[in-house]
Design a protein around this ligand. Structure first.
Ligand SMILES: Cc1cc2nc3c(=O)[nH]c(=O)nc-3n(C[C@H](O)[C@H](O)[C@H](O)COP(=O)(O)OP(=O)(O)OC[C@H]3O[C@@H](n4cnc5c(N)ncnc54)[C@H](O)[C@@H]3O)c2cc1C
Length: 416
């Protein structure tokens, strides 16, 4: 049987960031990863707040060396001519004002390679199938299965579950809980973006097009000339389409004038992919002998690109607390881990819900915007969702509703 201080499940951003921090504190770590990297995963637009976690994990220089597309903001476009452009350097909260747009296969492989350079074994094609926790000392025995069907056991003092959509511990331990967000669906692909320069789209930001009241489109340019494009909406939008994924994507692109001009004659680099019902949550983000990080905690929605940032920050916090625990100190997981995680998730939940119920359309596309409020909203969009000096963090729900109602009811000058 193999032995380690900490077993990390999954080599995505949350697993690798937690692994690096724990290893740097002097503990043995093993990462087990079901797939062989590089592997595709969606989630290509990062937020500036995740840079702090990448930096502390020691990954920043390696990621810089990859030459990924720098991202300085996010632009929202409605009816082709109403534009709301946020630049992260206008944000209210101190911190990074830029980040990257990344093909995740390369980005995640870069982080995993950095772990290996630090002496963390990353065991690919190794799938966790069972975990038994010893209630007395919280150590565990995890069973992993290799691609040839053989199995092995790993003894660990602690487990970090960063298994993303695999949701290993919630599934094995019955901790799954329904999300309070309704099911949504996406159809996406990557395009060879040959018209990028001709139609003067800045590559250094993502663009979100409002397709209709509840459907939107992401456009995420990469530095290699490829651009990721995805439609997101309620399932009924896609149910009316009866073609192949390729035909459906062409139909959607051609039904929107700006997207048609940009991508109508471009080559798709893979058959468009459908994903649905991705929102998921869990009863508790910790338990005897384990902590959950990243998507395994709660994943909301792709709107506002919060996934990798919440994954990175939860991994950063979890890493610190696992170190504390292994050093023999008391950890109040509820206060020190679950509450900060939920605070970040809940601010983004308000923004996600505010987008789909139209409040944020009203706010983003209002005339005569108030500069202070723009900066505060910009901070949330940059992922700085733990800064209590920001009213859109402190009183997120009330602030968004009140402002949207004010704008709707105001016949004169809008505050935002
Ligand atoms: C349509 C859509 C669009 C999105 N767009 C964005 C975006 O623009 N920006 C953004 O920040 N986020 C986005 N996300 C969210 C993003 O995909 C995730 O939040 C992010 O990948 C979470 O990182 P992670 O490290 O928690 O998990 P992952 O990156 O999913 O990594 C988990 C790893 O665990 C491995 N694993 C799973 N099961 C097992 C097992 N049994 N044993 C061993 N290993 C296992 C997996 O193979 C995987 O490599 C989007 C999500 C969706 C659905």
């Amino acid at each position: 049987m193999k032995k380690t201080d900490v077993l990390v499940i999954g080599a995505g951003p949350s697993g690798t960031i937690a692994a690096s921090l724990i290893k740097k504190a002097g503990f043995d770590v093993i990462i087990v990863e079901k797939l062989l990297f590089p592997r595709f995963v969606i989630g290509e637009s990062l937020l500036p707040r995740c840079m702090e976690a990448l930096d502390e994990a020691g990954f920043l220089e390696a990621v810089k060396a990859q030459g990924f597309q720098e991202k300085f903001g996010a632009k929202f476009v409605m009816n082709n001519n109403e534009i709301c452009d946020f630049n992260f350097n206008e944000k209210h909260t101190q911190g990074f004002d830029w980040t990257w747009q990344v093909p995740r296969a390369n980005f995640d492989k870069t982080l995993a390679d950095e772990c290996e350079k630090m002496g963390i074994p990353v065991e690919y094609e190794t799938e966790v199938t069972d975990i038994k926790i010893n209630a007395d000392d919280e150590s565990s025995i995890t069973t992993v299965r290799y691609t040839d069907g053989s199995t092995e056991e790993i003894h660990a003092r602690f487990i970090v579950d960063g298994s993303g959509y695999g949701r290993v511990i919630p599934r094995l331990f019955g901790l799954e809980k329904d999300s309070n967000l309704p099911p949504r669906e996406t159809l996406f692909t990557h395009y060879e973006d040959k018209n990028r320069d001709r139609v003067a789209q800045e590559p250094n930001r993502i663009t979100i097009f409002v397709y209709n009241e509840t459907t939107w489109v992401w456009v995420i340019p990469f530095s290699n000339g490829v651009t990721s494009v995805g439609f997101v909406g309620f399932p009924d939008v896609f149910e009316t389409l009866s073609g192949t994924p390729d035909e459906n994507m062409r139909f959607l692109i051609n039904s929107h004038p700006e997207l048609k001009e940009r991508f109508g004659d471009c080559t798709m680099l893979f058959e468009p992919v459908t994903l649905k019902s991705w929102s998921a949550t869990t009863d508790r983000f910790y338990g005897k002998g384990f902590v959950l990080t990243g998507n395994v905690t709660e994943f909301l929605d792709p709107m506002f690109s919060s996934g990798v940032t919440l994954a990175s920050v939860s991994a950063q916090n979890a890493g610190h607390l696992v170190i504390k625990k292994l050093q023999g100190q008391e950890v109040d997981w509820e206060k020190e881990y679950m509450e900060p995680c939920m605070q970040g998730v809940n601010v983004f939940r308000t923004f996600v819900m505010g987008w789909y119920d139209g409040d944020l359309h009203t706010i983003f596309f209002a005339k005569n915007q108030n500069e202070d409020m723009r900066r505060q909203i910009c901070s949330v969009l940059a992922g700085y969702v733990w800064d209590e000096s920001n009213p859109f963090v402190r009183n997120h729900s009330k602030q968004v509703k009140t402002l949207a109602n004010y704008i709707r009811n105001s016949s004169e000058v809008n505050p935002v």
